[in-house]
Write a protein that binds this ligand. Structure first.
Ligand SMILES: *Cc1c(COP(=O)(O)O)cnc(C)c1O
Length: 352
C-alpha cells in the first residue's frame, strides 16, 4: 500500500519551529494529503491561511473546543469514549456528519484506547449516525531504533486489532501509524498514510550518526540560526567571565559578545560547552550563557572578528556546519527540542 499512501506532514509546534503556515503551504504544494497539529487553535490558523486539506488534531479534543473543531472542519482524533456524546450532540445540532479518527495505544503507553476496546468502540461509532469512522491511528515509541523488536511488536498488535474488527471496519477507513523513523526503517508499516515530522525539517529521527536512508539519499536541514557580534573585547589573562565566573581566561583572550541568551532558546546548559561558527571556523562559548548575552572565545581567529560579523549557532557557514543533533548533544536533548526552541523564540526569515 505504501506506493499510494498519502503523507500527513506533522506541523505541530509551529512546524517544529519552522513556521506552520509557511511550511504547510510548501507541503500542500508538494501534494500533502492532510496535516497533523496538536491543538485545535493550530488547525484554525491553518484554515484561516486557506489550507483546505483535512487537519487532524492528534492529541484529542475536549468538550470546550468542539464548536471550533466543527466550525473549521477539523478532524477530531478521539482518544476515549468520554467525548462521543457531546461530539454527537453538537454534530446533530449543526446537521453535520463528522468524520473522526480513533487513536489507539498499541504500545506507546501514552494516550489512546487499549486495542482490546477498539472493536466495541467501532460498533458504537457505527451506531452513532452523526459520526463517521474515517480512520484508526497509533504511534510508535521506538521507530528510530531499527534493531529493536519494539516497532514490529506494536505493529503486530495494531494489525491483530484490525483483524479483530473484521467486517465492522467501515469501507474507506484509513489506517496510519508510521512516523519519520518508521518511514525510513519499517516501511511496511506505512498503511494508508504516513505522518512524518522531523524528517521533513531535515533531521534524522535517530540523531547523529544517522543510519543510511533506504534510497541512499541525505536529508538537508531546513533551519539555520544566526546572530551578529555586538562587541569585540580583548581581556587579560586571569579574567573571570560572566555570572559565577565559571571560566577564567588562561591567556590574553579576544571575546566576541553575542546578543543572545537563554531567553532566545540558547539554553544555559550550553555554557562553556557549545561552539559557534564565525568566519567559517568554530569558536567555543566561554562562561555562562545569560539571559541576553553569550561570550565566545575568538582569539584563534587572529583578530578577524569584528562587530557585525555573522555568527552561526545552527547550520552551515563556509565549509563548517553545526547540526541540530550536535547542539542537542550539548543541550542533553534531541534535535526536535532544539528546533522548537530556536525556531519558536526568534524571528524567522525564509530563503529559497
Ligand atoms: C509528532 C508526531 C509524529 C511525527 O513524528 P516524527 O518523529 O517527528 O516523524 C507522528 N505522529 C504523531 C501522532 C505525532 O504526534
Amino acid at each position: 500500500m505504501a506506493g499510494g499512501a498519502g503523507i500527513m506532514p506533522m506541523v505541530k509546534a509551529d512546524a517544529y519551529g519552522h513556521g506552520m503556515i509557511e511550511c504547510a503551504r510548501i507541503f500542500a504544494a508538494e501534494g500533502a494529503a492532510a496535516f497533523g497539529v496538536a491543538e485545535a487553535r493550530e488547525g484554525i490558523l491553518l484554515r484561516e491561511a486557506g489550507i483546505e486539506q483535512p487537519v487532524f488534531v492528534v492529541v484529542g479534543t475536549v468538550p470546550e473546543i468542539i464548536p471550533a473543531v466543527l466550525r473549521h472542519r477539523l478532524t477530531p482524533v478521539v482518544v476515549d469514549e468520554a467525548i462521543l456524546p457531546e461530539l454527537s450532540r453538537q454534530a446533530v445540532e449543526l446537521g453535520l456528519r463528522v468524520g473522526i479518527h480513533i487513536k489507539v495505544d498499541a504500545g506507546m503507553g501514552r494516550q489512546g484506547l487499549p486495542p482490546a476496546d477498539v472493536p466495541a468502540f467501532v460498533r458504537r461509532i457505527r451506531a452513532t449516525p452523526a459520526l463517521t469512522l474515517e480512520g484508526i491511528m497509533a504511534h510508535f515509541p521506538m521507530a528510530d531504533a531499527p534493531d529493536s523488536p519494539n516497532t514490529l511488536g506494536v505493529f503486530a498488535r495494531f494489525e491483530a486489532m484490525i483483524r479483530e474488527i473484521g467486517d465492522e471496519l467501515p469501507a474507506g477507513c484509513r489506517l496510519h501509524i508510521a512516523n519519520s523513523g518508521a518511514l525510513f526503517h519499517f516501511n511496511r508499516t506505512v498503511l494508508h498514510m504516513s505522518r512524518p515530522g522531523i524528517a521533513l525539517y531535515g533531521c534524522y529521527p535517530e540523531g547523529e550518526p544517522h543510519l543510511p536512508l533506504p534510497d541512499g539519499e541525505e536529508l538537508h536541514p531546513a533551519m539555520r540560526f544566526l546572530t551578529r557580534v555586538i562587541q569585540v573585547r580583548r581581556v587579560p589573562t586571569g579574567t573571570g567571565l560572566g555570572y559565577g565566573q565559571t571560566c577564567v581566561t588562561g591567556r590574553e583572550t579576544i571575546l566576541a559578545v553575542l546578543p543572545l541568551g537563554y531567553e532566545d532558546g540558547y539554553l544555559r546548559r550550553l555554557s562553556n560547552r557549545a561552539q559557534v561558527l564565525i568566519h567559517g571556523r568554530r569558536a567555543p562559548v566561554v562562561g555562562r550563557v545569560s539571559m541576553n548575552l553569550t561570550l565566545v572565545d575568538v582569539t584563534d581567529l587572529g583578530g578577524r572578528a569584528a562587530p557585525g560579523d555573522e555568527v552561526v549557532l545552527l547550520g552551515r557557514q563556509g565549509g563548517e556546519s553545526i547540526g541540530a543533533d550536535e547542539v542537542a548533544d550539548w543541550m542533553e536533548t534531541i534535535s526536535y527540542e532544539v528546533l522548537c526552541l530556536f525556531g519558536n523564540l526568534n524571528d524567522r526569515y525564509y530563503v529559497d
